[in-house]
Design a protein around this ligand. Structure first.
Ligand SMILES: *Cc1c(COP(=O)(O)O)cnc(C)c1O
Length: 363
């Protein structure tokens, strides 16, 4: 049997008729950018998250960098972020000229909240919380700090659509919740897409203006903005995804529950879920000192896995200019050398799950 790390086609074929009829509806409408599909998706997604406003954008990275831009964070400012995130989180900060200040992760792969306060300086302007792999971070503790030090709070929810802390959905705790709808995300488009969930109506309006060349009214430009619009086709297809989001979340929970119950091998550390948090299992990430052998062994059995992520941002070539070296963030670096994401996708059959479990148990 061959099991790939991800199977995006399965998620399409399950709702094929709905996706195809929506696609045709948009194609035949004659209206492709900033229309009713985007407007409806924004309303539906805001309602789904429990947030006040949603603004559709072109990608998750755009959501991040435009968020910091509109919050007025730039050169000379510092933003606190976990060291083991996907590099796009960090780019959202540095594209504005601001400096990322890395904090080590906790055993749940999210920011170790107990290590934030020691990094706060007079230049600190914001905390960027990444709900990595689909598990909510400890927002009660983060909120205490942002309130105590009067910091902006931005959430990177590119992997956490639907994950909650203390019953509240990620993306609604701070000033801006940034989402990606890249095809492999838990709510995925059929191309690039992104969006923000925003508490403040004025800030939501700023995003609407910014994404469209800074114009509120056509050809009257208030600010130098960007072209970062979620398009009508993607918005329409995302509305189909949203209709089925709960059953897809439940299916991932069941796959994770089986992995947690049935994978038994001392060479692996299985993921845990922090008290108060829920996980939507964007990735099911195990850790092993023999990670590279495990990956190779699974490859021989035709089981695909992915390393999220092999090079932490502070050691990436792109961020050489920040001046970090190996050893600066030992936990982040340890995780980078040990993590492995097992196959996890909607439409994964029970036979595929069993095949993966048996193979790992025999390693
Ligand atoms: C995918 C991802 C992004 C970037 O989203 P894009 O839509 O690909 O630009 C940002 N942060 C995290 C944590 C991600 O997983």
């Amino acid at each position: 049997m061959k099991v790939m790390a991800n199977r995006m086609d399965r998620g399409f074929f399950r709702y094929q008729e709905e996706f195809e009829s929506k696609a045709l509806e948009v194609l035949r409408s004659g209206w492709y950018v900033l229309g009713n599909e985007v407007k409806s998706f924004e309303e539906e997604f805001a309602a789904y998250t429990g947030g006040n406003h949603c603004v559709g954008l072109a990608s998750g990275l755009d959501a991040l960098w435009i968020a910091f831009r509109l919050l007025g964070i730039g050169k000379g400012d510092e933003v606190i972020v976990q060291g083991n995130t996907y590099i796009a989180s960090v780019m959202g900060i540095t594209m504005n000229g601001a400096t990322p200040i890395f904090v080590e992760p906790n055993p749940y792969y999210n920011i170790d909240v107990s290590k934030i306060e020691e990094k706060i300086t007079e230049r600190t302007k914001a905390i960027l919380v990444v709900h990595l792999y689909g598990q909510a971070s400890n927002m009660a503790e983060v909120k205490k700090l942002t309130e105590k030090y009067n910091l902006k709070l931005v959430e990177d929810c590119a992997q956490s659509h639907g994950a909650c802390f203390d019953g509240q959905m990620t993306g609604t705790f701070g000033d801006v919740g940034c989402f990606s709808f890249y095809p492999s995300k838990n709510i995925g488009a059929f191309g690039d897409g992104g969006g923000v969930v925003v508490k403040d109506a004025g800030l939501a309006e700023d995003f609407r203006v910014y994404r469209n060349y800074g114009s509120e009214k056509r050809y009257y430009n208030k600010v130098v903005g960007a072209n970062s619009r979620l398009d009508e086709l993607q918005a329409g297809l995302l509305r189909v995804r949203l209709r089925h989001v709960e059953e897809c979340e439940e299916e991932r929970r069941q796959i994770a529950a089986r992995y947690l119950a049935e994978i038994q091998n001392d060479k692996l550390i299985l993921p845990g879920v922090q008290e108060g948090a829920t996980a939507v299992w964007h990735q099911f990430v195990v850790r092993s000192e023999q990670r590279d052998e495990l990956k190779k062994y699974l490859e021989e059995k035709e089981i695909g896995t992915i390393i999220h992520y092999p090079i932490p941002p502070h050691l990436s070539e792109a961020y050489q200019y920040l001046g970090y070296k190996k050893g600066d963030f030992p936990i982040t670096e340890q995780y980078a050398s040990q993590v492995l994401s097992l196959p996890m996708y909607n439409g994964m059959t029970e036979e595929e799950q069993s095949y993966v479990i048996d193979a790992i148990n025999a390693f």
